[in-house]
Design a protein around this ligand. Structure first.
Ligand SMILES: [Zn+2]
Length: 265
């Protein structure tokens, strides 16, 4: 199965007609999938891990449709020709076209898929922590008034994008903020620490995931080479790497949060 560069080549050479966009992961279903039948794939543009497909109009009076896929850490776009085997495992969306299909696989489900009939607006709703728009001031605006605990807030993809359960614990530990705090209660100095920790930790995770779009998290659920950097995640009962106190586990929204009472306030 060829990966992204080959997908771009295929799209350019064949300009296949789309048949159907199937949103398999419920997390992607923020509205009914757009009808794509009869639209030719006219262009595939890529900026880092963001891929934008331009589908031409069905007829001369119609408008194009843009589909933006942000691959984040573990997303992959694969092209399969008709008749080639493919798997639904970790498959989040499938765009069937004449002659084959584009598959969006994503182990950790942090990637996004959005669509729009206006160029440039097929963006994910939340702020990307790796973008230049991500600043402590921007975070302060986003948390203002939130009564949600800060751990749950970090996982919302409509505020900041790309933070999963592992990194939410790690970010809060690095920022010395208790996961129980209300997001809206954070003071300026804490928001600055939160923004710094978010960028530092996600940056390192992305770096370690390499540039190959290969699965960062393997099938056993371990997270490869980042594991040796984890300060609290899945370290319940072991000493905090900063203060030596025990790492605690807490369940928030049915998901584990790991933290240290000694250094997170
Ligand atoms: Zn500690």
């Amino acid at each position: 199965m060829p990966e992204l560069p080959e997908v771009e080549t295929v799209a350019r050479q064949l300009a296949p007609q789309a048949r159907r966009l199937e949103l398999i992961d419920p997390m992607l279903r923020h509205g009914a999938a757009p009808r794509v039948a009869g639209r030719p794939i006219e262009d595939v543009a890529r900026a880092g891990k963001r891929v934008v497909l331009r589908l031409g109009p069905r007829d001369r009076s119609g408008r194009p449709l843009w589909i933006a896929v942000h691959l984040r850490m573990t997303g992959r776009l694969l092209w399969i020709a008709d008749g080639e085997p493919w798997t639904r495992e970790r498959l989040r969306a499938r765009l069937a076209v004449d002659g084959g299909a584009l598959l969006f696989h994503d182990t950790r489900r942090l990637g996004t898929l959005t669509w729009s009939d206006a160029p440039g607006t097929a963006e994910p709703a939340g702020l990307d922590p790796m973008s230049t728009r991500f600043t402590a001031d921007a975070v302060r605006t986003l948390v203002a008034g939130s009564r949600q605990n800060v751990k749950a807030w970090l996982l919302r993809q409509d505020r900041l994008t790309g933070i999963g359960n592992i990194y939410a614990s790690e970010i809060l530990h690095a920022a010395r903020i208790s996961p129980r705090r209300k997001a809206g209660s954070l003071r300026t100095a804490e928001i600055v620490r939160l923004a710094d920790a978010t960028r530092r930790i996600l940056g390192r995770a992305i770096q370690l995931s390499g540039t190959t779009f290969s699965d960062f998290q393997d099938t056993t659920g371990s997270i490869g080479s980042y594991q040796r950097f984890l300060a609290v995640y899945e370290r319940e009962g072991r000493p905090c790497r900063r203060c030596g106190g025990p790492v605690l586990r807490l369940v928030q929204q049915q998901r584990s949060t790991y933290w240290c009472r000694g250094c997170q306030r």
